[in-house]
Design a protein around this ligand. Structure first.
Ligand code: AMO
Length: 426
């Protein structure tokens, strides 16, 4: 386009005024272009640009010219500049300033924060990740479904349920599509997945919990064991990482992240062995006790040091730790163990799942153990009385996955508008 007239729209990132000449850096989603103004050529435009507040939106028309000095290798010599939207001063948050703002200030001004390439990059990568996941799952014969987010009963314990008023009744925001994805296993839609928000009233403020997260839920019928389920989880990770490596190169570069090939097959560590591994590293934990955040982290260190594994399964969760997961199948040969697993990514759980209990009598017994009213779960239980195949699945925390993939210090960096105990706007 050299020598031709071009029109570009963007944000006025910076104006450098050197007296007789000034340079306006105009930024749009593709990058930054230099608009060069000569006072003697057009004093009116020169003065206009000198007065434009940073981050205003402009439309610039002018001649595109090759330039050795301009960073992009070309510049625009403007003949017309329209101010489409003038920015107030001072800015609530700098866009190109070297001084970093704290996360709260950034989140309070997210629209401005997202003008930074490295902040936007995480969301482009999240989108590419979801694309990779969808592509892989459809190639494996999975059907994408949508289930209600306003529900009558929770599946993941009362402590984290959000109650909502639903006309003249009480309802809850779905913590997980658990009951619905199992319900669908009775229909012949044998392999399903859903990518949707899940809600948890998490009281504590941590770098890995939010009140609204994107849950990738998978469920498959006619399985032999949890192994069939783990295979799908592993496939999702391997294929979506590859997809990101191939389709998000500039974004990975902006973040300075290099995603290597993970070690495959993902190593599997039995829960009991995981406890021994962290105990041998000095952590005080009784056999069978919950690993907790600290134990998970320590196990992550051990797996990287000893096995060079970023991603690994923790398998055979003890029944004692999964008792409240009333739908989890206990092993026929050893009822003290389940086939439940977690998939951890460098010391953080990102996936949890396993084979479900599909036998009505055993399932209702496990529910009674948890003091659940079978009546309020009738819509769920009914499907188990008329032909329910063996099945299993998992919940996969999309933001936790992106957080670990990109080494983000806080899960909130992977959510455009995070929800937590203190945050309801923006
Ligand atoms: P679970 O409660 O372990 O299992 O959740 C599954 C995955 O969801 C993610 N996750 C969260 N991410 C961010 N903030 C939170 N507050 C949060 N809570 C959970 C984690 C976790 O591994 N119904 C079962 C899944 C199943 O068995 O299919 C369930 O919800 O990455």
């Amino acid at each position: 386009m050299y020598g031709k007239e071009v029109t570009v729209g963007g944000w006025a990132q910076e104006v450098r005024n050197l007296g007789g000449i000034s340079f306006l850096q105009l930024r749009d989603s593709h990058g930054v272009v230099q608009v060069t103004l000569l006072k003697k050529r057009n004093k009116e435009l020169f003065d206009l640009v000198a007065s434009i507040p940073r981050e205003s939106v402009l439309r610039v028309t002018g001649e595109a010219k090759q330039s050795k000095e301009a960073r992009a290798g070309y510049e625009i010599l403007p003949s017309k500049i329209d101010i489409l939207s003038k920015a107030e001063t001072p800015l609530p948050l700098g866009v190109v300033d070297k001084v970093g703002a704290d996360l709260d200030t950034r989140l309070n001004n997210r629209f401005m924060d997202l003008r930074k390439d490295e902040v936007k990059a995480a969301f482009r990568i999240k989108s590419v990740t979801l694309q990779g996941i969808r592509q892989f799952l459809s190639s494996q014969g999975f059907t994408e479904v949508s289930t209600p987010k306003i529900v009558a009963a929770g599946a993941e314990g009362g402590a984290t349920l959000f109650q909502v008023k639903y006309f003249d009744r009480n309802a809850y925001l779905a913590q997980s599509p658990q009951l619905y994805k199992q319900n669908l296993m009775a229909t012949g839609l044998d392999r399903i997945f859903e990518i949707a928000p899940a809600f948890r009233a998490e009281a504590s403020d941590t770098i890995r919990h939010i009140a609204e997260f994107t849950s990738l839920d998978v469920e498959l019928a006619f399985i032999e064991s949890s192994d069939d389920v783990m295979e799908v989880a592993e496939g999702i990770v391997i294929n979506s990482l590859r997809h990101v490596r191939e389709h998000a190169k500039p974004e990975l570069k902006a973040l300075g992240v290099d995603i290597g090939e993970p070690l495959t097959p993902f190593p599997r560590v039995k829960y009991a062995d995981a406890v021994e591994m962290v105990r041998s590293r000095g952590m005080k934990l009784e056999p069978g006790e919950d690993l907790g955040t600290e134990g998970e982290k320590l196990l992550g260190d051990v797996m990287i040091e000893e096995k060079k594994a970023d991603l690994y399964f923790i398998t055979e969760f003890p029944t004692a730790l999964k008792r409240s997961t009333f739908y989890a199948k206990r092993r026929d040969d050893d009822p003290e163990l389940t086939g439940y697993f977690d998939l951890d990514y460098r010391g953080q759980e990102i996936v949890s799942g396993g084979q479900r209990e599909h036998r009505y009598d055993v399932l209702t017994e496990q529910m009674r153990e948890n003091n659940l009213s079978l009546e309020s779960f009738e819509f769920y239980l009914k499907a188990f009385r008329y032909g329910m195949p063996p099945h299993g699945g998992f919940g996969f925390g999309v933001e936790r996955y992106v957080q670990k993939m990109l080494n983000l210090p806080n899960i909130r960096e992977a959510v455009l508008y995070p929800r937590d105990r203190s945050r309801l706007t923006p």
